[in-house]
Unconditional design. Structure first.
Ligand code: FAD
Ligand code: SF4
Length: 508
C-alpha cells in the first residue's frame, strides 16, 4: 500500500472530497474510525455521539458506493479506544498518512505522535472548507493582543465581496444591530415555523442504538433525534431556514422563550461543523434571498455576520491561541461545576430551561449559551476548564475549534483577547430578553434576601470583586458607576449573600 488517507468524523465534505484530489484507488486506502475516546474524553451527550456516527456511516456508504477502497472501523468492533491507537494498528506497510488538518489540537497532536512512533510521514493539508485560512488569519491578526470581530468581519466582507457595493457595504452600514436583537415583549413569539425533522433511517438508527449500548450512562437523550446527517438533508435544512425563518432571524436572534428551543434560528451549526454543508453555499443562498427581495437586508446581514464573521473568527483565534487558550483563567476562578449542569434540576427557571433543552435536544441558541449558562459560570466563578468541557460534551455542534474560543474567550472571558469587556449581566437582562423570570421562584430585581435572583446578586458581587481590574476599561465605566451608587451596607449584604450562594451552588 502506498498512502493511507485518514478522514476524521467532522471531515465529511461533499463530493468532490477535498482530501481525495490525488487519491489513487489502485494504491491508496481510505480510513475512517469510530473511536470511543471521542465520546469519553468529555462526557459526551448521546445525541452528539449519535450524530457524528450517523453522519460518518452515511458518508462511508457514499465512499463505498463510489467504489473507493475504505477501511471503516466501527464502534465496538475494534479493540482500540483512541483514534491514534487504531491508526497505529492500521498503518501496516503505508509509507505516508494524509489528512486534512484536524479541528481539534488534542487529536492533531495524538495523530502526529502515532505517525512519529510508527515511523510514517504525516501530510497535513489545509481544510478548504473555511473562508479564511489559518495563515491569512494570523497575517491579519499580526501581533495584536486584542482581536476584534468587527474589524475581521469587515475585512472578510471586503476581500470576499459579500454584500458589498464597490468599497462600501450594501445599505451603507456594516451592521444592523439597531434593527436586530429585539425581545418578544409580553405577547411572546406567536406562531413559529416548525424546523425540519429528519426521521432517522436504518443507518442512523444503528448509530443511535450503538451509542445507547456503549454509553448508557452518558447525559442527554436521543428520543427527538432529527438532525441532518447527509449533505442532501443539510441542503433541505438550509432551504427550509432561508424560506421560513431567515426573514425574522435578525430581529429575534437574541430573544428567548419558555418551551421554544429553536425559535428563528437556523440549526445549521452541526451540519456546517461536520462539513456536510459548505459556508459558501449558505452565504450564497442568503445573498440570493436578499437580492430577490425575499428577506430584508438586516436579516441577511445579521446571519452572514455569524457565518462569515464569528464562525471564521473563532476558528482563527483557536488556531492562533492554542494550546494556551485551553487553560486560560485570567480571573483565577476555581469553583467546581454544580451537579445540576448535568440534570437541569435547579430552581433558577432560566438555567433549568437552557440546560433542560440542551439535554433534550443537544441544542441551545447562542444567547442561551452566552447569557444564561455562560453568564452564570462567569459570575459564579466556575473553573473555566470544567465549564469548557461541559460545553464540549453537551451540544451536537460541539467541536473544539469553535467551542473553546466561544467558552473561554467569549462567555467566561478567561482569555481576554477577543472581547472588549466581559459579557456579564444581571437578571434584568434575562428578564428583558425572555419570559423565564415569570415562572421563577427568584426575582430578577432583588439583590439580597431569600427571593434574590442569583444572577443579580452575583453580578454586583462580580463587579465588586474585580473592580480594580475593570477600572481601566472605559467600556466598564457605566457598570462601575452603578456599583458605586450602592451603599456600603447594601454592598456588604450582597457580598454576604454571594458568599452563601458560593458555599452551596448545588442548592440554586
Ligand atoms: C459558550 C458558547 C459555546 C459555543 N459552542 C459552540 C460549538 O461548540 N459549536 C458551534 O458551532 N457553535 C458554538 N457556539 C456558537 C453558537 O452558539 C452556535 O453556533 C449556535 O447557537 C448554533 O445554533 P444555530 O445553528 O441555530 O445558529 P444560528 O443562530 O442560526 O447562527 C447561524 C450560524 O452562525 C454560526 N455562528 C453563530 N454564532 C457563532 C459563534 N459565536 N461562533 C461560531 N459560529 C457561530 C454557526 O455556524 C450557526 O449555525 C457557542 C457559543 C457560546 C456562547
Ligand atoms: S429571576 Fe433570575 S434566576 Fe430566575 S429566571 Fe430570572 S434571571 Fe433566571
Amino acid at each position: 500500500m502506498n498512502r493511507l488517507f485518514l478522514i476524521l468524523g467532522d471531515q465529511l465534505h461533499p463530493d468532490p472530497h477535498p482530501l481525495l484530489v490525488d487519491f489513487d484507488p489502485a494504491h491508496d486506502r481510505l480510513l475512517m474510525v469510530e473511536a470511543s475516546e471521542e465520546s469519553t474524553h468529555v462526557w459526551s451527550h448521546q445525541a452528539r455521539s449519535a450524530l457524528f456516527l450517523a453522519a460518518m456511516r452515511h458518508r462511508a456508504a457514499a465512499f463505498r458506493a463510489a467504489g473507493l477502497p475504505l477501511t471503516y472501523r466501527q464502534l465496538g468492533e475494534h479493540p482500540q479506544a483512541s483514534l491514534s491507537a487504531t491508526l497505529c494498528a492500521e498503518i501496516g506497510s503505508t509509507r505516508q498518512v494524509v489528512m486534512l488538518e484536524a479541528g481539534d489540537y488534542r487529536l492533531q497532536q495524538a495523530i502526529q505522535s502515532a505517525c512519529t512512533a510508527a515511523g510514517v510521514a504525516l501530510e497535513n493539508r489545509p481544510d478548504p472548507h473555511f473562508l479564511c485560512a489559518q495563515g491569512e488569519f494570523n497575517a491579519w491578526a499580526g501581533d495584536k493582543t486584542n482581536l476584534r470581530l468587527e474589524f475581521f468581519y469587515r475585512w472578510q466582507r471586503k476581500r470576499h465581496g459579500i454584500l458589498m457595493a464597490g468599497d462600501t457595504p450594501v445599505g451603507g452600514q456594516w451592521n444592523f444591530d439597531a434593527d436586530n436583537r429585539q425581545s418578544f415583549g409580553r405577547q411572546g413569539p406567536g406562531l413559529l415555523p416548525p424546523p425540519p425533522h429528519f426521521a432517522p433511517d436504518a443507518l442512523t438508527r444503528s448509530a443511535i442504538a450503538d451509542v445507547e449500548r456503549h454509553f448508557p450512562e452518558h447525559p442527554g437523550r436521543t428520543a427527538h433525534f432529527g438532525w441532518p446527517v447527509t449533505t442532501a438533508q443539510a441542503h433541505t435544512a438550509l432551504d427550509d431556514f432561508i424560506t421560513h425563518r431567515l426573514p425574522e432571524f435578525g430581529r429575534w436572534q437574541d430573544a428567548m422563550w419558555s418551551g421554544q428551543p429553536f425559535l428563528w434560528h437556523s440549526l445549521l451549526s452541526a451540519a456546517l461543523n461536520l462539513k456536510l454543508l459548505d459556508p459558501r453555499t449558505v452565504i450564497g443562498a442568503t445573498v440570493a434571498a436578499y437580492e430577490s427581495g425575499r428577506v430584508p437586508l438586516a436579516a441577511a446581514e445579521g446571519f452572514i455576520r455569524q457565518i462569515l464573521g464569528w464562525r471564521e473568527f473563532v476558528r482563527g483565534v483557536y488556531g492562533r491561541q492554542m494550546p494556551a487558550l485551553a487553560e486560560a483563567n485570567q480571573y483565577g476562578h476555581t469553583t467546581p461545576l454544580p451537579g445540576w449542569f448535568w440534570t437541569g434540576h435547579t430552581h433558577a427557571a432560566c438555567l433549568a430551561a437552557a440546560i433542560g433543552q440542551t439535554l433534550e435536544h443537544g441544542y441551545a441558541h447562542h444567547i442561551q449559551r452566552l447569557m444564561i449558562t455562560g453568564n452564570f459560570a462567569l459570575l459564579a466563578g466556575l473553573q473555566p476548564r470544567q465549564v469548557a468541557d461541559w460545553y464540549l460534551a453537551v451540544y451536537v455542534d460541539a467541536v473544539a475549534w469553535v467551542e473553546e474560543p466561544n467558552t473561554l474567550g467569549m462567555a467566561l472571558n478567561a482569555w481576554p483577547g477577543m472581547t472588549s469587556k466581559p459579557y456579564c449581566a444581571s437578571g434584568a437582562y434575562i428578564d428583558r430578553m425572555s419570559d423565564y423570570c415569570r415562572g421563577c421562584r427568584y426575582n430578577p430585581k432583588t439583590r439580597v434576601g431569600p427571593g434574590a435572583c442569583p444572577f443579580t446578586t452575583l453580578y454586583w458581587d462580580f463587579l465588586a470583586r474585580h473592580r480594580q481590574r475593570f477600572a481601566a476599561n472605559p467600556r466598564m465605566a457605566m457598570p462601575l458607576k452603578n456599583l458605586d451608587r450602592l451603599s456600603d451596607t447594601e454592598l456588604n449584604a450582597i457580598r454576604h449573600q454571594a458568599a452563601n450562594l458560593r458555599a452551596d451552588f448545588d442548592g440554586v
